[in-house]
Design a protein around this ligand. Structure first.
Ligand code: ATP
Ligand code: MG
Length: 457
């Protein structure tokens, strides 16, 4: 990897903030992720600044600027320039993370070197200011060149202070396609159980980034022990032989390949990670020695639900992934009647997701010819697009009559009305009726007649 030797180009607002602080006699630097990403030639997604000034000393310096004081107890002021927030944080030491969420206390210091020492990895512990160049006390630049994630200081000690750093190590390695230095990796493996005590939302944030990283597959493979220590529900998947001609790999290897085979989007990557988690539980061998796992989809969804709730997932992502996990194996064919039913039941977004999930699942089995699953997905998408281009009616909302219309036409209000509408929709979806008012009212009336006939018989 070529690590840029050029000076880091700071955006103007960052320069302005640094100048304000420095002109007032406080040292100040761009720090952490933005320095790392700049040296890698990537555009940083945000710029953090650290300074010797304490929050109460910073405040008057930014008088007249748009300042948000949300992180004050951690020494952070956020300066907003052109709608972009810049976090300015006083140099500090962290206390212990006894709640595994926030440090119990922070103490402010005046020396940038002490602030850099509390940071997690060498590549994240560099600071930069135009006047002084790069401050790199722990060989971060060299580790970037070697593509290595290495703890600042003694890994076990650093992981004991904050065990989330174990997942962060895996996350950075997955996102940047870096290796994890041996000592750091050994400590991560030895201490992974402790990650379970970390706040769920912190685990979710790091795990999601890990799963969406370019090298997610390699990390899930090499650190399966860490992942299953954090999520013990997934441990039975590792090395679980499926005893079936439909799968070449054990459940974990299949899972890893399925994660790699789908777009790096949170709900989709979590879906693939968990889609077969219920398989070991549902597994049995038939008399011929072939493995089956009937109903594993529901068990996988039940496991996923527990994990999502433990990590405080937002409802939308949680529900989206749970549906995909539970339905990952449904019958999907380019058959219009079937597709209409699926559109009606799950909606267009989920049907498209399910095509992607099926495709990834098939690729990960390792039993098909290359390109076969992709061709299937293209065929499915073409069939779906062609169907949707005709703007078919597959929801009650787009049916040409509603409850009011039926009442006006003489139907009695009540639950029967809903059933009639549903029956009409089904016949429209099956192509037996066209979706226009007169046809539907006519059909409803004759349906009512049929119902009345039944009553009198
Ligand atoms: P990203 O690109 O994901 O934002 P980042 O390096 O900026 O990466 P953040 O989580 O935003 O990561 O943290 C900013 C900086 O704060 C890190 O670069 C690191 O120096 C420090 N840091 C963050 N979390 C920890 C932690 N748990 N322990 C020690 N230092 C940390
Ligand atoms: Mg950041």
């Amino acid at each position: 990897m070529s690590v840029s030797t050029e000076i880091i180009r700071l955006p103007e607002p960052v320069q302005a903030i640094l100048s304000r602080l420095r002109d007032a006699g406080y040292s100040a630097y761009a720090v952490g992720g933005c320095v790392r990403d700049s040296l890698l030639g990537k555009t940083p997604h945000d710029w953090d600044i650290c300074t010797a000034a304490r929050p109460e000393e910073m405040r008057p310096l930014f008088a007249g600027w748009h300042v948000v004081e949300t992180g004050l107890q951690h020494g952070t002021l956020t300066v907003v320039i052109d709608h972009i927030p810049y976090e300015v944080t006083a140099y500090r030491l962290d206390g212990l993370y006894t709640d595994h969420r926030h440090p119990d206390s922070v103490s402010f210091v005046r020396d940038v070197r002490e602030d850099l020492r509390r940071r997690d990895f060498t590549v994240n512990a560099m600071a930069y200011a135009p006047e002084e160049g790069l401050i790199d006390l722990f060989g971060g630049r060299e580790d970037l060149q070697k593509r290595l994630i290495r703890c600042v200081g003694e890994p076990e000690e650093r992981f004991r202070e904050d065990t989330l750093r174990i997942l962060r190590a895996l996350r950075f390695a997955a996102c940047y396609d870096f290796a994890i230095e041996d000592g750091t990796a050994a400590a991560a493996r030895a201490m992974a159980c402790d990650v379970r005590r970390v706040a769920g939302e912190r685990i979710r944030a790091e795990m999601t980034k890990l799963l969406c990283g370019n090298a997610a597959g390699r990390i899930l493979r090499d650190f399966s022990g860490v992942i299953t220590a954090v999520f013990p529900e997934l441990a039975p998947m590792v090395g679980f032989d499926q005893h079936t001609p439909w799968h070449r790999h054990d459940v974990w290897e299949h899972t890893v390949r399925a994660v790699e085979a789908i777009a790096p989007e949170e709900a989709l990557r979590w879906t693939m990670l968990l889609h077969d988690s219920g398989k070991p539980e549902a597994f049995f061998l038939d008399t011929e020695g072939i493995g089956h796992a009937h109903g594993h989809q529901k068990r996988s969804a039940a496991i996923a639900e527990v994990l999502f709730d433990r990590m405080h997932f937002d409802t939308r992502t949680r529900d989206r992934a749970l549906l995909l996990i539970e339905k990952h194996d449904i019958d999907m064919r380019p058959d219009e009647r079937l597709l209409m039913r699926q559109l009606n039941r799950y909606g267009e977004e989920a049907v498209r997701d399910l095509i992607a999930v099926h495709c990834a699942d098939r690729k990960a089995r390792g039993t098909e010819l290359p390109g076969e699953a992709d061709r299937w997905a293209e065929g499915m998408t073409a069939a779906l697009d062609a169907l949707l281009a005709r703007q078919p009616c597959y929801t009650l909302a787009s049916l040409a009559v509603n409850g009011k219309d039926l009442i006006t036409a003489g139907f009695r209000p009540g639950p029967g009305l809903g059933q009639t509408l549903q029956a009409l929709l089904e016949r429209v979806m099956d192509g037996e009726l066209t979706n226009d008012r007169e046809t539907l009212l006519g059909a409803a009336r004759s349906g009512l007649m049929a119902l009345n006939d039944q009553d009198t018989n």
